[in-house]
Write a protein that binds this ligand. Sequence first.
Ligand code: NAD
Length: 453
Amino acid sequence: MASTTLINPADETAFETVEHTTVEGVDDAVARAVVAQRAWAALAPAARAHALREFARVVDGAIEELAALEVVNSGHPITQARWEAGHVRDVLNYYAAAPERMIGKQIPVAGGIDVTFLEPLGVVGVIVPWNCPMTIASWGFAPALAAGNAVVLKPAEWTPLTAMRLGELGLEAGLPEGLFQVLPGRGSVVGERFVTHEQVRKIVFTGSTEVGKQVMAGCSAQVKAVTLELGGKSANVVFADSDLEKAAATAPYAVFENAGQDCCARSRILVERSVLDRFLELLEPAVKGVRVGAPGDPETEMGPLVSKTHFDSVSSYVPDDSQVAFRGSAPSGAGFWFAPTVLLPQSRTDRVVVDEIFGPVVSVLPFDDEADAVALANDSVYGLSGSIWTRDIGRAIRVARGVESGNLSVNSHSSVRYSTPFGGFKQSGLGRELGPDAASAFTETKNVFISTE
Ligand code: NAD
């Protein structure tokens, strides 16, 4: 049986081997999930709500354990990893309210009563990337379970441990066998089988735009529902009238958090030309102040990149002749360390400006006026996130409406909130996760007319 040997990104030591699920293993799991889903959907809504609250309670008791796994498996700083585990608990608690609120409509019609039901889909396949393994898993499995579905979940090859532990914690919390199963393995085996299996009725895919397009094409063969959360190249737009000190002090954390391995990373900083020099003066100490170091240290703000393969990919964007404005620091020696890097590209079409690098590399580009800022922000195949810095409220709203992106923040770099919708425009994705409507995205609307004649 194939397997992956996991490598600690901070010191390059191999620490565990995880066996891959085979196609037959997926088929067995889906068969179990079909049975479990029928029983789950037949439970009283309050019983399903209670089960999810229990799951949240058990996750709460395992926060340190989950965080420690993410530190060693993904190189996430411990404070961030604790936040991520707490976020999974919060997502479960939020969607624990959904089973009792899957409310249909009563529609006025002649000759009877017309009502709609939000029916669960059946078995949902969730495919997760390596950058935020447990949080992204929870955005799929929590609302899907809440809406009455069973879930089969495939973590990324490099980072399966927290998702696998969450699968066990679900059972410890009393979720029925087969309802939530975590199946580590290859995308081309386990992920593809989710797509081709007729009993898997929806795919939630988070990952690269390239693989997302393949998944969408595969789903079309069975007209299978699909949610896609894909890449990004988000803009942090800084106008001359903004609080420049605050914009510069916070900009590094909007792109270097999780070592830039964040789909929402504001990896293009667009600055009004008249304040470009001043902004760079303020940005330099902020970048140099980012604490890059051992993931287990509570003072650490940025850890290593996830793997050697990814380190090589990020490094290819910063060859020796790059237009580097300044860099932060990073440990030397073993580990996939990459110092925070600020580039000043000469062209708006340079590959560092266009491609999602997915590492701690940011490009700073000047713009001339509001229209130019919006045009430059939109000059991307992606449209996931972004920030706008200005003291002019009218401009803030005009630019927020003008930027083709799913998640924007004004005078802040808000991260994802479980209570608000999240997703991308253009090639950043399809559909929305999180927020008040996410559970209904895991249902079909059924219309029933009852004659009074
Ligand atoms: P990836 O596309 O290589 O892999 C994502 C997942 O898909 C993995 O579990 C992988 O095993 C699986 N997979 C690979 N080939 C498959 C196939 N043929 N069929 C089905 N599944 C397959 O992405 P990655 O490198 O793990 O993650 C990084 C990417 O994810 C970046 O582009 C990033 O922007 C994106 N991302 C997006 C969001 C979002 O919410 N929009 C969040 C995090 C990451």
